[in-house]
Design a binder for this molecule. Sequence first.
Ligand code: GRF
Length: 215
Amino acid sequence: MKKLAVFVSGGGSNFLSIQREIDAGRIAGQVALVVTDKPECPGAEYARELGIRVYSYPQPELRPADLLAALKAGNCEIVLLAGYLKMVPAEVVQMYERRMLNIHPALLPAYGGKGYYGRKVHTAVLAAGEDQSGVTVHFVDEKYDHGPTAAQVTVPVRPNDTPETLAARVLEQEHRIYPEVVGALCRGDISWGSDGKPVITPPIEIQYDDSGRRV
Ligand code: GRF
């Protein structure tokens, strides 16, 4: 059972999608700590309701070493960024190298990096006239939206899409792929090739029945 830290700043729906799979016994993990820069956000609120400790970071009086100490106190082995909008301190990124994931609502390296967050991502995809977008789950390095890709899912862009309709279609896939990758990481099913890229074995396959229920 791996101890997880989840970092949130907003709705917390990805956090909840992971928690749901933990509760269903499909992720061998336990969320030991939720870190947030917005203590009143719904994601932090869910954590408190579930009895999970919430740690507020950044705060003016706190240093990266304090965040590291909080992660250590919770025995956190894996860090999951789930809509966290602040830069994670380099000390933490280094400590959790190959053990920290992020989810981004586009097909990185396109539409990623500083300034590409939330609605702005989907607005840019639509403005560019793309016919597809998607989701990227990647390991975290010291640049925004930059580390090695663990998994991607493609989502069609429809002619009448608004940023909101596209975001909703992408988010639905986020809730499927992120728990899968987290589950693989917790099981030790991710290895690293000599090219520095992660390999998930067995590959992630998500299948649904006709009613859209996962089988
Ligand atoms: C998601 O779209 C995620 O890809 C991005 O931020 C959003 C977070 O949504 N990094 P939620 O807080 O998980 O609902």
